[in-house]
Design a protein around this ligand. Structure first.
Ligand SMILES: [Zn+2]
Length: 246
C-alpha cells in the first residue's frame, strides 16, 4: 500500500478514534514464477513438489487476520518455487507449515520446526513486509545440519537472496560501502554479493552452496571450486576499495 493511502488511513482512524490499527495488506500480490520462468535461471532446478499445507493461527494477535491470510498465500505459492531454486534434490519437503502470529516476540519473524512465528506488532507497523515470509520459508527449506564452521552469514545471505533477488527483484539494491561492508555481513549485503557472483561466474552458485551446506561439505574453498577465485578476491571485485591518494 502506498504511504499516502496508509497515512490517510491513519488519519481516518484517528478521526474515528480507532486506537488499534490492524495490519493492512498491500494491494498487489506477487505471483510466483511459472515453470518456464524458473527455467530461465539456467541451472538444473530441483524436481517440482506439491505445496505443503499451510495453516495460520492468529489467536494471540487477532488483528493479524487479513495479513495472515495473505502470508498464507505467499507461502503456498513461494515455498515450492524456492524449493526448486535451491539444491534440495533428494530431500523431503514438510507436509505442513504453520504460521503463528504472536503479540510478544523480539524478532520480526523466526522459523524452525515447520513453523514461522511472526510478530503481530511488527507487521502492524510494516504491512508491506510480506517478503519477509519468503526469507523465513527459505530457512524452513534450508534446515542445514549444525557443524563446526557452519557460516551463519551465508545462511542468512541465501535467505535474503531468495527474497530480494527472486521474490522482489525490483526493489532498490543496498548501497555497499567497500570500506565498511564485507561478505560476512549477512542478509542483504551477502545476498547482493551472491547475485553478483551468479551473474558473473555461475548462475547456479546459490543452489550449489545450498547443497554443500546441506551435505556439511561447505568450506570457504567452495567459492574457489565454483569460481576459481577465493572469497577475498571475489569481494574485492564486487566492492573494490577506493585507491588511496597519499
Ligand atoms: Zn533469517
Amino acid at each position: 500500500m502506498s504511504i499516502f493511502r496508509r497515512s490517510a488511513l491513519i488519519a481516518l482512524s484517528a478521526t474515528l478514534g480507532v486506537v488499534a490499527l490492524s495490519p493492512v495488506v498491500q494491494a498487489q500480490e506477487k505471483t510466483p514464477p511459472t515453470e518456464a520462468q524458473l527455467k530461465k535461471y539456467a541451472y538444473p532446478l530441483a524436481p517440482a513438489i506439491e505445496a505443503p499445507k499451510v495453516t495460520i493461527d492468529y489467536s494471540d494477535f487477532p488483528t493479524a487476520e487479513t495479513w495472515a491470510k495473505e502470508a498464507k498465500v505467499v507461502v503456498e505459492q513461494w515455498f515450492p518455487a524456492v524449493w526448486q531454486m535451491l539444491g534440495t534434490e533428494g530431500q523431503t519437503p514438510p507436509k505442513e507449515i504453520r504460521l503463528v502470529f504472536v503479540k510478544e516476540q523480539q524478532a520480526p519473524a523466526q522459523a524452525g520446526g515447520g513453523q514461522i512465528s511472526v510478530s503481530g506488532p511488527w507487521i502492524t507497523e510494516r504491512p508491506d513486509d510480506l517478503g519477509m515470509m519468503v526469507h523465513e520459508l527459505t530457512h524452513l527449506i534450508q534446515r542445514y545440519p549444525g557443524y563446526a564452521g557452519k557460516p551463519g552469514w551465508l545462511v542468512e545471505g541465501i535467505a535474503d537472496y531468495t527474497r530480494w533477488w527472486r521474490y522482489e527483484p525490483e526493489t532498490p539494491r543496498p548501497k555497499i560501502d567497500p570500506l565498511k561492508n564485507k561478505y560476512t555481513d549477512s542478509y542483504r549485503v551477502t545476498a547482493a554479493f551472491l547475485a553478483f557472483l551468479a551473474n558473473k561466474y555461475d548462475k547456479g552458485i546459490v543452489p550449489k552452496l545450498d547443497k554443500k551446506l546441506r551435505d556439511k561439505t561447505y568450506t570457504d574453498a567452495a567459492f574457489v571450486e565454483i569460481t576459481g577465485k577465493d572469497l577475498d578476491t571475489l569481494w574485492n571485485e564486487f566492492a573494490p576499495k577506493p585507491a588511496l591518494t597519499n
